[in-house]
Design a protein around this ligand. Sequence first.
Ligand SMILES: [Zn+2]
Length: 234
Amino acid sequence: MPHANDPLLVISPHLDDAVFSCGAAIAGAPDSIVCTVLAGVPHNALVTDWDAQCGLTDAHQAMHARRAEDAAALDVLGARPIHLGFLDSQYAGDSPASHDEIVAALLDVIRATACRALVVPLGLFHSDHDLVHRACREAWLADRTLACLAYEDALYRRMDGLVQTRLADLAACGIIATPVSERIDTAALARHQGAKQRAVSRYISQLKAFGPNGYDDVFATERFWSLQTARHDR
Ligand SMILES: [Zn+2]
């Protein structure tokens, strides 16, 4: 297990998931890195329903705006962004991001980092989250230098049975998931929650699409699971 305050390498499917799901933990671990996998800018300036709800005119404006919002949010938390070039499924059309290419890119990031723990999404509900979770799992199993924690994807974790289904999937694949107990004191938690609220507010375009009460779960307690292989070989 990483020590409190050790910098984290947090993997995010989209440009908001890591901060929405574990922004307080990132605030408590200075010099962490948040690597967003599906942060690519598509060649075509597509117009999607989601981007329209976000108040954005096309995919080019959307991704540049989201990258800027993410950088601003991570600056609030004292963390640094890495934006990989794989495409969000809403832009991918017939050529979705490749599992193997994501694994290779994640291994490059893992091997270049000085962080002490890899923090990955459980990968709930959304096909992009599932894709990134599976790639993270394979990269971690290929390079076991970092401890691995999984975070519950904010918003989706509220949906019936999804966390349970993923835990069962992990167990079936020989990976044990153990809940990580909260160890920071109340004052620190309050300070980190304040930083998280400020960071979340930087995702202006996303919040517009979720609506005023559409993202309340983001501020609920962050939950993490320590992952280990069943052979106890760590
Ligand atoms: Zn997402």
